[in-house]
Design a protein around this ligand. Structure first.
Ligand code: ADP
Ligand code: MG
Length: 393
């Protein structure tokens, strides 16, 4: 997906006000009725309609008039809201090249004011699998858009919370910097996914290190569930970094043993095929390490001292609750239904004002945008602001 961040510069405060109004309206509408957007955004003199046209032109919104006249956010619209918030917070100042397209994410380099380059992951939970799920499940018919927003946000929150907690326990993971909506900013790993590596100096050592991580994760109560050559990064010194955590489960999960064995098997298979490792020999050489392993050297889940719930406290500290975990697991396992939020219109207007105020405060604190007017007087100079925006994406 093309992310032209220059567009951000041409979007006025009113554009973001209306975009945020659509986001809030999507809490209980798949397509947010145009009048409702107008009532939430409260721009003077029909300003909302003009702004909607501009947002549509930039593909930040999708227009739908099949049942009634309304709009929904596109992924791009949601991306801009998250990016704008990150920029206001001073997390980064610019978005660079795309460095990864995962199954359910897009990864970009972002650059900070001091020139440091970080990685930004935009979660797209539901991009691949959601259509299939949706077509099969009637109950999602009215909730699909709400679902992708909600689930992508949840995936980002989970990823951020796990990254922080894992780092605390000295696991080799990127450093979690910030999260907002479906977006996670983390340190940029200086390395390559293991899948791209054709040769290693010390394949045995790398193999043992990787296997050691799986075992230590289980000891801490966790299973990665997607632990493979795509989610293991390695640098020139053969140092390992593990990435990609939204699907992790607890060792108390009913399928824990299967997930654990599958992670282990992926590693064995990859090292056997790519680096010709023969596992029988390596454990025969070293009698001490046989304990808790089967005859091929695979660690046995049942013999690991697992501490379920060990990381709960840290996860909760990042705002990731048990209910969040249940929701996201239900989706990953194919039966997702996010709860609808029955906020009243008054709540939505209040939320909009609060989020605009917050954005403004952050912005002003950073002193980055001179054109930022005081939040309360936001309604006054609306007409001129939108006139300037004629830039195509
Ligand atoms: P997905 O969940 O979509 O698989 P990943 O987190 O695995 O997403 O990221 C996809 C790809 O993006 C990775 O294989 C890797 O090449 C790149 N990537 C992800 N995070 C980082 C990072 N912190 N530093 C450098 N590259 C990264
Ligand atoms: Mg991945």
């Amino acid at each position: 997906m093309k992310l032209d961040v220059d567009v951000l510069r041409y979007l006025s405060k009113d554009d973001f006000r209306v975009l945020t109004a659509v986001e809030l309206g999507m809490r209980n509408h798949e397509i947010v009725p145009t009048e409702l957007i107008d009532r939430i955004a409260r721009l003077k003199h029909g300003g909302t309609y003009k702004v909607l046209k501009n947002l549509l032109k930039h593909k930040l919104l999708h227009h739908d008039s099949s049942k009634y006249d309304g709009f929904r956010l596109t992924y791009l619209g949601y991306d801009y809201l998250a990016i704008k918030t990150m920029v206001n917070k001073g997390v980064f100042v610019g978005v660079g090249r795309q460095i990864g397209v995962g199954k359910e994410s897009d990864i970009f380099e972002v650059v900070c004011e001091d020139g440091t380059v970080l990685a930004m992951k935009l979660h797209r939970l539901g991009r691949v699998s959601f259509r299939a799920v949706k077509s099969k499940r009637d109950y999602l018919r009215h909730r699909s858009s709400y679902n992708w927003l909600y689930l992508s946000r949840l995936a980002a929150l989970k990823e951020f919370a796990f990254m922080k907690a894992l780092e605390t326990h000295s696991f080799p993971v990127p450093k979690a910097v910030e999260h907002n909506r479906h977006c996670v900013v983390m340190s940029l790993v200086q390395g390559y996914p293991l899948v791209q590596v054709k040769q290693l100096q010390n394949p045995e050592t790398v193999f043992e290190t990787i296997l050691g991580i799986v075992v230590r994760l289980a000891e801490h109560g966790l299973i990665h569930c997607d632990f493979n050559e795509f989610n293991i990064m390695i640098d020139d010194d053969e140092k390992i970094t593990m990435i990609d955590f939204p699907q992790m489960v607890s060792v108390s999960h009913r399928n824990a043993q299967m997930y654990f064995d599958r992670d282990v098997e992926c590693i064995f298979k990859f090292f056997r095929k790519r680096f010709n490792l023969s596992f029988q020999e390596s454990i025969d050489d070293n009698d001490d390490s046989d304990e808790g392993k089967d005859e091929d050297g695979r660690p046995c889940f049942s013999e690991i001292e697992r501490s379920a719930g060990f990381l709960d406290k840290e996860l909760a500290a990042s705002g990731f609750s048990r209910k969040d975990e249940e929701d996201i697991q239900r989706f990953i396992e194919g039966g997702a239904e996010a709860e609808t939020n029955s906020d009243s219109e008054v709540d939505l207007v209040e939320d909009l004002n609060e989020s605009i105020l917050l954005q403004d405060e952050e912005h002003e604190n950073k002193g980055k945008d001179e054109s930022c007017e005081a939040a309360e007087s936001g309604a006054s100079e609306r007409e001129d602001a939108t006139d300037e925006e004629e830039n195509e994406m």
